[in-house]
Design a protein around this ligand. Structure first.
Ligand code: DOR
Length: 444
């Protein structure tokens, strides 16, 4: 493996921003210093003052393999991910078949070992009846147990109260929940169907997948976790009210942590009229007041992690009427530039974006040697030009579905280069083969 030297970087790491060089050897960070130019190296990259961040660790993606590969697969979506500066991903179980036992997990790991361009781990999906598989899973290899406490894409709702009690009591690792109360949603759907038939205007999505549905379900998850001492991570929160469920204590000290997603920080309900079902997702994008509350919670520490919930569907699927159009947006390629818009607007600092997209994720999941620009750690890095504007367009989309919810938006920042395990995997707008992802390891 080559020795790579990155010079003239503006490093953003561990709440510091400083100019330095980085030497990479054997895939890991060997040295970080003011002047490493004299050190022997095979490749020198002049960062020209661009921002060098730890690669993003995305703890919520849907890469659709096996079974739904017309929407995407681990190879195609991880290509898009590294083009977006994401160097590790944790993938969700609502594939076909669902990932609800050991064999299904092993099948995904085998596929990823051949095709993943970023480092990978997979969630085991909970069902009403697979507590034995949950108890038997390997805490060193599996990122978490995903519980759909609200029905969404795939048929994975866990709604048996006794099953939930068992999962929250017996899971040997972190429980990650999708929280939306399904009975509330069904009642809302019935009401709107009566008024509009099959073609409900998209602006009512947040009335159907309502704030009450979110709060009811996330309150239940938090109460269960408090009662059973569960390590709970609540995914993709969307409402101001839910923020009151979470503490602003340091991430490492909390047993209940919280995630928001890039699109919920970017869009608000007024965007439904222009974007329609393209921004239909579960939980729904809510109001501007909610968006502001989520940003505030990122700043004050109640939100620990920012992820993408990359969930590609084809445009043909998305163009169906309201009830038939599937929920989910392709996000991995554009999430970092979209998040950096918050930096340019003065809403979030660069170190805070790095904390929520990389450092905190690594700590929260006890990841071995990843998530920081630190000597001895794996060299998972993203070089970002903070002042190279780009208008997002269809032609450069790498996700198999071939579209982006951000088409037409002008982002101030561009991902220049991505490095995974010491290899350049994205440069000059191109993904570099072969795939370089390794399995994530958990220190548990
Ligand atoms: O919008 C969503 N899409 N939310 C989910 O929970 C699932 C995801 C998907 O898999 O399409």
């Amino acid at each position: 493996m080559t020795r790579m030297l990155i010079i003239n970087a503006m490093i953003v790491n561990d709440f510091e921003v400083f100019d330095a060089d980085v030497l990479i050897r054997e895939g890991r960070i060997n040295a970080i210093g003011r002047d490493l130019r004299a050190r022997p190296s095979d490749v020198v990259i002049d960062a020209q003052g661009k921002a060098l961040l730890p690669g993003l660790i995305d703890d919520q993606v849907h890469f659709r393999e096996p079974g739904l590969t017309h929407k995407g697969d681990i190879g195609s979506e991880s290509r898009a991910a590294v083009a977006g500066g994401i160097t590790s991903f944790m993938e969700m179980p609502n594939t076909q078949p669902t990932t609800t036992d050991h064999d299904a997990l092993e099948e995904k790991r085998a596929i990823a070992s051949r095709t993943a361009h970023a480092n990978y781990a997979f969630y085991l999906g909970a069902t009403n009846t697979n507590i034995a598989s949950i108890k038997a899973l390997d805490p060193h290899k599996t990122c978490g147990v995903k519980v759909f406490m609200g029905a969404s894409t795939g048929d994975m709702l866990v709604d048996d109260p006794r099953a939930l009690e068992e999962i929250f009591t017996a899971s040997p690792i972190l429980v990650a929940t999708h929280c939306e109360d399904t009975p509330t949603i069904i009642a809302n759907e019935t009401r709107f169907r009566k008024q509009f038939g099959n073609d409900v205007p998209m602006r009512h999505h947040a009335d159907i997948r309502s704030r009450e549905a979110c709060l009811k379900s996330s309150s239940l998850a938090v109460n269960l976790a408090k009662r059973h001492g569960t390590r709970l991570h609540v995914l993709h929160l969307t409402t101001a009210e839910e923020m009151a469920l979470f503490s602003n204590a340091p991430t490492d000290s909390k047993s209940i942590t919280a995630e928001v997603c890039a699109h919920h920080l970017f869009f608000n309900a007024s965007d439904y009229d222009t974007h329609g079902t393209r921004i239909k997702c579960n939980p729904a994008i809510k109001s501007e007041v909610d968006r502001q509350a989520l940003l505030q919670a990122v700043q004050d520490g109640r939100i620990d992690v920012i992820a993408t919930d990359h969930a590609p569907h084809t445009l043909a699927e998305k163009q169906r009427p309201y009830f038939q159009a599937p929920s989910g947006l392709p996000l991995v390629q554009d999430a970092l530039p979209a998040l950096l818009e918050h930096y340019h607007r003065g809403d979030l600092t660069l170190p805070l974006i790095v904390e929520k997209t990389s450092h905190a994720v690594a700590r929260l999941f006890n990841l071995r040697d990843r998530g920081y620009i630190r000597e001895g750690y794996w060299a998972d890095l993203v070089l970002v030009n903070l002042d190279q504007p780009r208008i997002v367009n269809k032609e450069t989309v790498l996700a198999r579905c071939g579209w982006s919810p951000f088409e037409g938006y002008r982002f101030q920042s561009t991902v220049d280069m991505t490095i995974v395990n010491g290899h350049i995997v994205y440069q000059n707008g191109q993904v570099v083969d072969p795939p370089r992802g390794l399995p994530l390891e958990f220190n548990r």
